[in-house]
Design a protein around this ligand. Structure first.
Ligand code: SF4
Length: 357
């Protein structure tokens, strides 16, 4: 498998150019084609000499992979399916170089149009190893980390590529479980030499892997969303195995050390399960836990997945829960479901499609 250009920094592109005998300034041209002009082939880089492009193409792939399928929802949401090859394992050869073994898999990205914005819900892993009981992605197990190139490809290879205004790392996988590649993708998205997006346009959603979350909060200025779903240790532990290793109390304690009173925002995602996490005891515990933190709680309807023994809370219960939080000074909204008819809503992504593009 050839190395990909997509995801490389200017320094790395300079090494590529010099290594192939191209002038060093060609690296700046390649960066522009990759990130400003969102070229989908090396041949499209027309201000690089034909010979230079041939040398580049002989050694590298650009990394643009078209979606293999796309489904459109009645509400305008679109779900794209991308084939990916993930490193499954690697072994040391006798000459001590490393040989990766790859597994073919697929991931989904969801484009959600709103009034004046188009948000891309990005995947960071094929499958997920976190095992949350209510999540279709978790159900399918872990198939590998996405490369930087696979993450960025979701931005450049969809029809709405040039119109995207925001991104949420809320697709398949736990982004902090693939932090090195996710961070590098965020660097490309937010650098002047890259997509030149403001960090305010990006939100990362996590279940709260505390030491990596600290790195994310220190190393980026992007927004944060935390999957809360239940304020009680035993109940959250039943839904989300991560609670046993990194209790939500520790996550909140860490978050409270950072400033969310300015441009940077933190929100808490709360899927409402009927009769499980939706009474006033939960609302009051949640409110106590978040006291003193400038934040928002998003209440989310549970979207039914096969064989899961959960039901979503009725609208009236959700409204009461929202009001109880609001009365205690917590900003709280009920999030509208998007793309449920094409299994693109929260917790439904599985990396499978029936319909061809
Ligand atoms: Fe993984 Fe997120 Fe699903 Fe949990 S909710 S299994 S972290 S993708």
């Amino acid at each position: 498998m050839k190395e990909k250009l997509l995801g490389k920094t200017p320094e790395e592109l300079k090494e590529v150019a010099v290594g192939l005998g191209l002038p060093a300034f060609a690296s700046r041209q390649v960066a522009q084609w990759l990130y400003s002009k969102k070229a989908r082939s090396i041949d499209a880089m027309t201000n690089i000499s034909r010979n230079g492009r041939e040398r580049l193409a002989a050694a590298f792939d650009l990394g643009a992979v078209p979606p293999s399928a796309c489904q459109a929802s009645a509400d305008g949401t679109k779900k794209y399916l991308f084939p990916v090859r993930c490193p499954k394992s690697f072994r040391q050869t006798t000459d001590s170089s490393e040989l990766y073994e790859y597994e073919d898999s697929s991931v989904e990205a969801v484009m959600i149009p709103e009034d004046d914005r188009k948000t891309l819900c990005v995947s960071s892993q094929a499958g997920c190893r976190m095992g949350c009981k209510f999540c279709m992605t978790g159900r399918q197990g872990f198939h590998g980390n996405l490369s930087v190139s696979d993450i960025l490809n979701q931005f450049i290879s969809i029809e709405e590529s040039g119109e995207l205004t925001n991104a949420v790392f809320m697709g398949m996988g736990e982004p902090l479980d693939n932090y090195v590649n996710v961070k590098k993708a965020i660097d490309v998205l937010t650098s002047d030499w890259g997509f030149a997006w403001s960090p305010k346009r990006i939100t990362l959603s996590t279940i709260g892997i505390v030491p990596v979350l600290k790195k994310y909060l220190d190393e980026t200025r992007c927004h944060l969303a935390v999957s809360m779903h239940d304020p009680f240790d035993d109940e959250r532990g039943e839904l989300m195995p991560i609670q046993k290793k990194y209790p939500i109390e520790d996550v909140i304690r860490l978050i409270k050390q950072y400033d969310f009173t300015g441009q940077r925002r933190v929100s808490f995602e709360y899927i409402m399960f009927s009769g499980m996490n939706d009474d006033k005891r939960h609302a009051d515990a949640l409110s106590r836990m978040l006291r003193g933190l400038e934040c928002r709680v998003n209440l989310i309807r549970f979207h039914k997945i096969p064989d899961a023994p959960f039901l979503t809370s009725p609208d009236l219960i959700m409204e009461k829960f929202r009001d109880r939080l609001s009365n205690q000074g917590i900003t709280c909204t009920i999030r509208a479901s998007r793309g449920e008819d094409i299994s693109a809503a929260c917790g439904m992504l599985a990396g499978k499609h029936n319909q061809s593009y």
